[in-house]
Design a protein around this ligand. Sequence first.
Ligand code: ZN
Length: 277
Amino acid sequence: MSITSVIDYLSLLLRQLAAVDDDKFLISHEERVEVPDDVWATMAQLKIVQQVQYAKSIICDGCEENCVRPVVIYQANAKSPARAFIVCDVREDGGRVNVEFERLNQWLMSKRQLAEMVRELLGNSTQSVAKDVALWRLGMVDGGKHKSQVSLKFDSDVMVLAGGHKVPLMELLSFEKDALKIDLKKIKKMVNESTGFSDDVESTKARNARMLKRKNELKSQKVRNFNQQIANEENLSLATVKNAISSAEKEQNAQSTPQSSNKFKNIFPTQSSQSKN
Ligand SMILES: [Zn+2]
């Protein structure tokens, strides 16, 4: 592994982050020392990596087996400074192996933190990211012609979704003059040239209402497993679809006051926006 630039290393970290099932992963001292100091300093400054508490266990370097042992820490006292050691059970002397504190350093990279960073690059300073099934919602971007939700998705790579388009995040990032930049022009173009498919999310309320409308359509067509069909169409989990429809029904009931002659009028103000199939 030879990392020469911020973009190099960022690209490596993004692939690693996309590959983990969890929302985060840890970087050990051994991995950190592979990274040039200036690149590392930038990563920390950009808060892409964040130092967390000392590792609780570590690979033993006192034996040939590379055994993984829990770390014991003695706090400093009047007689001696703080010490860290492990007890290696492979060595015949069964002895303690001292550990440099530096080796216990570890850093975290998380999907949420990355999403927050990209959200800030987009200029969405007032909202915070929201995890929605497999997507991290970064907020709305106004392309001039259209507005659209922009999201991050962790697939085989970290992807940016907007207006139904999907582009690897690394294709949109650049590092110039000590600052990370995002190609906002390209994102606005994605928003303006929306494909009209489901990534182009209006708002939760509008999306829920659209799913309820779809459910009624499917029911009238005598489709039985309408929730599952909607889940497939929307690329969402069944539970999310059920929750969304239930919210929309509650919303609809709350709005259907006696003086409203057409209770559906308020729920579906823009029926023209989504008319696939
Ligand atoms: Zn050992």
